[in-house]
Design a protein around this ligand. Structure first.
Ligand code: CO8
Length: 258
């Protein structure tokens, strides 16, 4: 395993865990951290033993308080384009299902990172927000788009135009957070969910993720076509035969990822 400076890597059965590890800076996402995160996620993505990945923050206060403002404050557009965006694009391309385990602040790039994940589990003290407007910019890693597509125009506008922090419970009611758990239990709950996902046939999980995500990126007809083709493709897998035979024989399926 590669050595990293700003993240920690663990495995729990078939689940990979990445912890953003700059607790004194509230896990602010400097360029190196984002690139390390992308490297680690790609490494897990290539590892057939890993079937779901949880991303969390170290310390009690934050998942991540956003991009590192101190690092960004004197950057040019070209600096930002060259050093900041590649990592985010690589994270978006990860095929393995991703779960964000959020305790405390998920602000700016932290909120965007949580939304880049496929599911979000949050502690009751978690707060989400896009405060970029308060420092003279706007979200740059998907915040305006993913909030608008999940919450609708009006709540997204309010968050992006005021920079307000929104309690996790409110966002759970609006569909942005899967589950709220007692303070400090977010990682445990995310791991429970991740282990359920990790039990599924891996190729089916990968194509399920791709199909759901296509709902955000394509018109309905194209999304339906992607789903249908992925459905047909799964009939080429051994795991599909195993899953259906196991059902008929009333036994637990043993999926191999083939
Ligand atoms: N960047 C750098 N340092 C930070 C950040 C940050 N985003 N957030 C907190 N820190 C540091 C503080 O400077 C402080 O350091 P020090 O002890 O050296 O002064 C330490 O972390 C602790 O923070 P606070 O003392 O401020 O803690 P509080 O509990 O008083 O406040 C808050 C917590 C409310 C989270 C507060 O720290 C805050 O408002 N942070 C900034 C939040 C923010 O504006 N985030 C958005 C940043 S912009 C962004 O994310 C754009 C994303 C674009 C992504 C695409 C890039 C290509």
């Amino acid at each position: 395993m590669t050595e990293y400076q700003y993240i920690l890597i663990e495995r729990d059965e078939r689940v990979g865990i990445v912890t953003l590890n700059r607790p004194k800076e509230l896990n602010a996402l400097n360029f190196q951290l984002v690139n390390e995160l992308a490297d680690a996620l790609e490494e897990f993505d290539r590892d057939e033993a890993i079937r779901c990945i949880v991303i969390t923050g170290s310390g009690e206060k934050a998942f991540a308080a956003g991009a590192d403002i101190k690092e960004m404050s004197d950057k040019s557009p070209i600096d930002m384009m060259l050093s900041a965006f590649d990592g985010w694009q690589r994270i978006k391309r990860v095929h393995t299902p991703l779960i964000a385990a959020v305790g405390g602040y998920a602000l700016g790039g932290g909120c965007e990172l949580a939304m880049l994940c496929d599911m979000i589990i949050a502690s009751e003290n978690a707060r989400f927000g896009q405060p970029e407007i308060l420092i003279g910019v706007i979200p740059g890693a998907g915040g305006t788009q993913r909030l608008a597509r999940t919450l609708g125009k009006y709540r997204a506008m309010e968050m992006v135009l005021t920079g307000a922090q929104v309690p996790a419970q409110e966002l759970a009611d609006l569909g942005l957070v899967n589950r709220i758990v007692p303070k400090g239990e977010h990682l445990k709950a995310a791991l429970e969910l991740a282990k359920k996902v990790a039990q599924q046939a891996p190729v089916a999980a990968r194509l399920a993720k791709e199909s759901v995500l296509s709902a955000f990126e394509t018109p309905l007809e194209d999304g339906l076509e992607i789903e249908r083709k992925n459905f047909f493709l799964l009939f080429a897998t051994e795991d599909m035969r195993e899953g259906m035979h196991a059902f008929i024989e009333k036994r637990q399926a043993e999926f191999k990822g083939r």
